[in-house]
Design a protein around this ligand. Structure first.
Ligand code: MG
Length: 154
């Protein structure tokens, strides 16, 4: 059994769709990025790749590659699961935390967990925390996410 950590953050800007864990949330701002800028899914991908010793998300899905412009991050997670399987590992669990001031995520947590669980092929727990009004999260300049992903040999 091995585990990997994932961290991601993206800047928030007005008029961007807010995709988090594959769920699009109605809000006046959304994260800026090359793909759909889904920080939660990116953190899970990095945790998964880390647990398998396969580098990081930028190694496999570079943000300079036009193929990944606007990419659905859940599809990238499914591809990462295939890479990890080829390396001889399967995910068994992921615990995650989204760090975000607004909007509140309570109404969306179950849908995010369900989509991530389906894509990872293992249970994903989604927690939420705020920036308490300080730092880039607290000032609503950005959103961040953390994940710890556990894998075992197939
Ligand atoms: Mg990212």
């Amino acid at each position: 059994m091995r585990s990997g950590i994932g961290w991601d953050s993206h800047r928030l800007e007005a008029g961007r769709p807010f995709v988090l864990g594959g769920v699009t949330i109605a809000h006046e701002t959304g994260p800026v990025g090359h793909s759909d800028a889904d920080v939660l899914t990116h953190a899970v991908i990095d945790g998964l790749l880390g647990a398998a010793g396969l580098g990081d998300i930028g190694t496999h899905f570079p943000d300079t590659d036009p193929a990944f412009a606007g990419a659905d991050s859940l599809a990238l997670l499914r591809e990462a699961v295939r890479l990890v399987a080829d390396a001889g590992f399967v995910a068994t669990y992921a615990d995650t935390t989204v760090v975000l001031e607004r909007p509140k995520l309570g109404a969306h947590r179950a849908a995010m967990a369900a989509g991530l669980t389906e894509a990872l092929g293992a249970p994903v727990n989604v927690k939420a925390s705020t920036g308490e009004g300080i730092g880039f999260v607290g000032r609503e300049e950005g959103v961040a996410a953390l994940a710890v992903v556990t894998v075992e040999t197939r």
